[in-house]
Design a binder for this molecule. Structure first.
Ligand code: SF4
Length: 236
């Protein structure tokens, strides 16, 4: 299993919770704003020392709400992840950050009751934010919507993250996504952040669309108007 490491106590990975966070390598998307793209592309990665991880998880568990797995896209390594979660679940509830496009592996984990909380990004418009050709983005968006329904069917609590971009009309996609959520959830607006704070995959794209301004307040207001509990991450 390839990882880029873990952090025993983190206050920033799930809203309002303390997590033990593990980063797994590989991803099936090419998001232009991604600042974990080295992990997503399997660079700066090494084999996971499972014994060391579980030992650290055990000694940190009294401080922590969730064992949070992120990446990259953790479901790229779903078979090994499933076996790891079966052991880790004895120690802590599990929170999975997934892009919600690899549904078969996700359903296996859900069926095995290995996931207690999910975080996902609603990437809008998908043709811009997935960083892939139009047809592929369209198909991935359909999978994402089915993923929201799958989570709802299993009644898993959801942190619905919305990366906020500058100069793009994101609302129609957000509205469509919300129609597919029927579980306990809240939204987190994440303004896209570029240099000097991060090093995104596509600097030119980011100079056009990172550091949104009035878009954040606009989306917060619209989500509030339809009764969605919404938090805003402020990075600067
Ligand atoms: S932002 Fe997430 S889904 Fe997109 S490329 Fe990066 S790791 Fe993958």
């Amino acid at each position: 299993m390839l990882t880029s490491g873990w952090k025993s106590v983190s206050m920033v990975d799930v809203h309002g919770k303390v997590t033990f966070t593990l980063w797994l390598c590989g991803c099936n998307l090419k998001c232009p704003f991604c600042h974990n793209w080295l992990i997503a592309e399997g660079k700066e990665c090494f084999p996971l020392d499972r014994g060391a991880l579980l030992g650290d998880l055990s000694s940190s568990s009294f401080l922590v709400d969730y064992f949070h797995i992120t990446g990259g896209e953790p479901l790229m390594q779903w078979a090994e992840l499933s076996s790891l979660l079966a052991e880790a679940k004895e120690l802590l509830p599990i929170s999975l950050n997934t892009n919600l496009t690899l549904l078969k592996p996700l359903e296996r984990l859900l069926k095995a009751e290995l996931v207690d909380h999910i975080a996902t990004d609603l990437k809008a418009p998908p043709a811009e934010l997935y960083g892939l050709p139009g047809e592929a983005s369209k198909r991935l968006w359909e999978l994402f919507l089915m993923g929201l329904e799958l989570i709802s069917d299993y009644g898993i609590p959801l942190e619905l993250r919305i990366p906020v971009a500058r100069g793009l009309d994101q609302w129609p996609w957000i509205e469509e996504g919300l129609k597919h959520v029927d579980t306990d959830f809240y939204a987190v607006l994440n303004p896209l952040v570029g240099p000097p704070l991060t090093s995104p995959r596509n600097g030119a794209w980011c100079s056009e669309h990172c550091w949104p301004e009035r878009e954040v307040e606009g989306l917060k207001e619209r989500l509030g108007e339809i009764g969605i509990r919404t938090y805003v991450n402020r990075f600067a």
